[in-house]
Every structure is written in C-alpha cells, then in structure tokens.
Design a protein around this ligand. Structure first.
Ligand SMILES: *Cc1c(COP(=O)(O)O)cnc(C)c1O
Length: 346
C-alpha cells in the first residue's frame, strides 16, 4: 500500500485523543542514509537520518501533523507558535492544509530566509518580535492561556507524540536501536521525543549525545542564557522549554549534552556535504558533537565500531545565507570555450 503519513503508519503508538482528525502531508518516512566514507574515517557505522526531506524541510512536520490533527478535531480555528523558523514553516504548512489560521512569532531579523519564505508562502501571518525566541515563546504561551488560540510549539504534548515516530523509523530501518544517537538540542522537544520513542518501542536504547551551540548552551552551563548567539539559528535558544527532560534523556541513556563552537558546526556541515548530504547549520551540530567527542578522528573513542545515527534535522536550502559566510563565490568567466577550458584544466 502506498505511504499515507505518520498518523496512519504509527498512530497506534501515539497518545492522540479519539477526536483527532488526520491532517497529513505524507511527512516522515525519511531515509536513513549510510555514510560509508565518514564511517571509515570515524571507525564506526555511521548513518544520517535526513529529516530535511520532510514536506516543509524539517523534522517539525512530525510533531505538527499530530498537533494540528488534534486541534482540528476539536474545532480549533487558529494556531500560534514562536519559532526560530522551522516551526513557523511547518505550522504554516499544516494549518493551510487544514484550513486554519496560523500566526507565527519570530525573533526580529534572526530567521533564515528559506524558513521565512516558507511561512509566508504557506500563508501564515508572520510577526517579528523585538526580542529573542524565548521572549516570543513567553508571549505565545500567554496568549494561548487567555484566548482559544492553540499553541503548537513543542510544549504542546501532541508535538512530542508525533516526533516519537523518528525513533520508530530508525528502529524499523536498523532492526534495533542504534548504539549512539547524536542530535542538536534547542528547545529540547526533539531529544525528549526520541528518548520517549525509543523507550516505548522496545527495540533497545541508544546512548544520546545532545549537542548545543557554545553561544546558546544553557543545558551545558546549567543556567539560562540571556542573549543566545550562534550561526545555527534553529538552536539559538537560551531557555529550553523541555530542558529538564533533555538532561534526563542524556542521563538515563548514559549519554551526555555537550556544546560545540560555530566553527565546528560549519566544519561538520561541509563534511556532511562532502558525502552528498546538505543540511542547515543547526542540523550539523550532531556530527560536530560526535567529532568533538571522538577527539582525533583515528583515536579510540566511545563510538568506535558502534552503530551511530546522526540526526540531520533540517535541509540546507533553508539557510542560503551560509554562502556569503563560509564559501568562496563562484568564479566568473566570459561565455566562451577557451575561458572555460582554461579554468578547468588549470
Ligand atoms: C527545531 C530545530 C532544532 C532543535 O530542536 P528542539 O526540539 O528545539 O531541540 C534543531 N534543528 C533544526 C533544523 C530545527 O528546526
């Protein structure tokens, strides 16, 4: 039978109320891509769960199909979220699919172009807030407490339910849980979902390596960060809503939460691209963390000879600004053969 989306495939494992009305864009079912060259280099069996291939370009669609399906089923008309970009695009996509009004609050000037363009094109009402993601989240929480508007940030429990499906897919693809799961941590909904998913699915438990950006690493520092700064805008969050649960996942799994620099993130982004997988900066944090943990690439390390899954949370097309920041612009030639052959045979 053709694929019919996450609620259809995994609904029986998700705690969704009976009023839920399935709103799907055939999200999920993303590939677990083996990375033979990287595996060799790191001495482990490394694959990438490429979540950038979801309908709106990030894993947020897994949670959004569940949250919007639940909301529609009880007659909700408007959804709202605070977002560093991907939640906005995803909420906008699913709201438009369901015929709902979507309002998204983003931190002024801090959202990657591909995400903003998506949210606008899907028809959301986008509002810039003079403040951080955390300020925007505080605002949307307040408005959903005082009005019938429904919150679709990952504080919404159905977001977590939907996002558990990524753990199920990995177990189904590998036949068991991997030894290590490496992923970026921002508001900490995803790490919470994966851990809940692995525990529930009973195909074994991975050690979880959660990775924050050094300029936005509240869970590593042990306190909120007032002015989070990182090029990885999707994890530019100073006060994670599910921080406690993230720490619990790391501790219960015998894993850890670490921080990596922006330079390490960009380097991991290039390394992934060098084996054909283009992700947005935040999405490369998982690999950057694995690299930081394994020290010198050839040295003996904890992931050695192990099955490692690196979760790449969003597509590279989301954040084209990276071109000006870390790549050389393409050379320019006149439109003739001599100029071209002269350049490529040099
Ligand atoms: C949302 C997001 C994250 C962070 O996930 P959390 O659930 O907030 O921890 C990481 N990468 C990308 C691309 C995202 O969109």
């Amino acid at each position: 039978m053709t694929y019919q989306g996450l609620i259809h495939r995994y609904g029986r494992y998700l705690e969704l109320p009976s009023h839920t009305k399935n709103i799907s864009l055939l999200e999920g079912n993303t590939p677990l891509i083996p990375m033979p060259r990287l595996s060799k280099e790191f001495g482990c069996e490394l694959s990438v769960k490429f979540e950038g291939l979801n309908p709106s370009g990030s894993f947020k669609d897994r949670g959004m199909t569940a949250a919007v399906s639940e909301a529609v089923g009880r007659g909700v008309q408007t959804v709202i979220c605070a977002s560093t970009g991907n939640t906005a695009a995803s909420a906008a996509a699913y709201a438009s699919r369901a015929g709902l009004r979507a309002i998204v609050l983003i931190p002024e000037g801090k959202v990657a172009a591909g995400k903003l363009a998506g949210a606008i094109t899907y028809g959301a009402e986008v509002i810039q807030v003079q403040g951080s993601f955390d300020d925007a989240l505080t605002l949307v929480v307040e408005i959903t407490q005082k009005t019938p508007i429904v919150l679709v940030n990952s504080i919404n429990p159905f977001r977590i339910e939907g996002q558990k499906t990524a753990a199920f897919e990995i177990c189904d693809d590998l036949g068991c849980a991997p030894d290590w799961l490496c992923l970026p941590v921002g508001n900490a909904g995803n790490i919470t979902s994966y851990w809940a998913g692995f525990k529930q699915y009973q195909k074994g438990l991975p050690r979880v390596l959660g990775v924050q950006a050094a300029g936005a690493a509240p869970l590593v520092l042990g306190h909120p960060v007032d002015k989070p700064e990182t090029i990885a805008t999707a994890i530019r969050i100073g006060k994670p809503a599910r921080g406690e649960q993230a720490l619990e996942a790391a501790q219960q799994s015998n894993g850890k939460i670490i921080a990596v620099t922006d330079a390490e993130i960009l380097s991991a982004q290039r390394i992934l691209a060098s084996e054909g997988v283009w992700v947005e900066p935040a999405s490369a944090a998982g690999l950057a963390g694995l690299m930081a943990e394994s020290g010198s690439r050839s040295a003996k390390h904890e992931a050695r000879d192990k099955k490692v899954v690196v979760v790449c949370t969003g597509h590279g097309m989301k954040d084209p600004s990276i071109i000006t920041e870390s790549f050389q612009p393409p050379k320019i030639i006149p439109a003739n053969y001599e100029a071209l052959i002269g350049l490529i045979e040099k």
